[in-house]
Design a protein around this ligand. Sequence first.
Ligand code: GLU
Length: 287
Amino acid sequence: MVDAMITTTRFAPSPTGLLHLGHAYGALFAQDQARRRKGRFLLRLEDIDPGRCRAEFAAAIIDDLRWLGLDWDAPIRRQSEHLEEYRRLLARLAARGLLYPCFCTRKDIEAEIARSGHAPHGPDGALYPGLCRSLSADQRAEKQAAGQTCALRLDMAAAIAQTGTLWWHDHHAGRIAAQPELFGDVVLARKDTPTSYHLAVTWDDALQQVTLVTRGQDLFAATHVHRLLQALLELPTPQYHHHPLRTDSQGRRYAKRDKALTIAALRAAGRSPAEIQALAGFIPLSK
Ligand code: GLU
């Protein structure tokens, strides 16, 4: 049993491509935050997307991180090996009446938004217009019998009614009131896999006793949803540190399409780990 007071951080890439300088910064930052507090640092592979994740990217990520000098304190957790755990969480939420099956295709959603002429937007784009929220049990059974696949969505209004106002703490931004309603009825189980980023990350951070979640500013808003899921599933709330995203010399965020700035390409071009740390803009604080 790990002492819950020990600072535990993690780096949690999705093996959908090679690591770039932005990832190097995120991994080094997470490890450094643990080391400076004499804590633990973990590596987790968020490989739930069967269409985009590839074993060779996972292997390359592990190899690049080791080469960069990262060292994790527990075996790597691979989310794809734990789908049964996520199914159990979904069953708990369903038992509280908080989930509903959604049969919509992307096209159905676009058509409904166009039809209604009303398209409230959240951090991930247009909010789900609620088409499947009020289907009757018969209508659901009929669609299932016809072989239509479904995602599971959280009934956001019902969920918030059960938790009331929630708060979380960000080392950079301070005390934050959670606003999960910004996301509308988020998908918690995708059509192709029995979980989603939000559900899996929230569960894994709790299970692995992560006390400080560090990640890029681009995921700041997602934390509103994670805080809600923690309350619904009675999980502890870690502290958060969303760091600014690193940018290239033109001020653009690093992205998977920037092939020349992957760690693998820079390694192949003869760069050293120390040079990559410097290129990523990482200044260790732990020494
Ligand atoms: N797997 C996510 C990504 O690669 C990061 C998850 C997180 O740090 O919360 O973008």
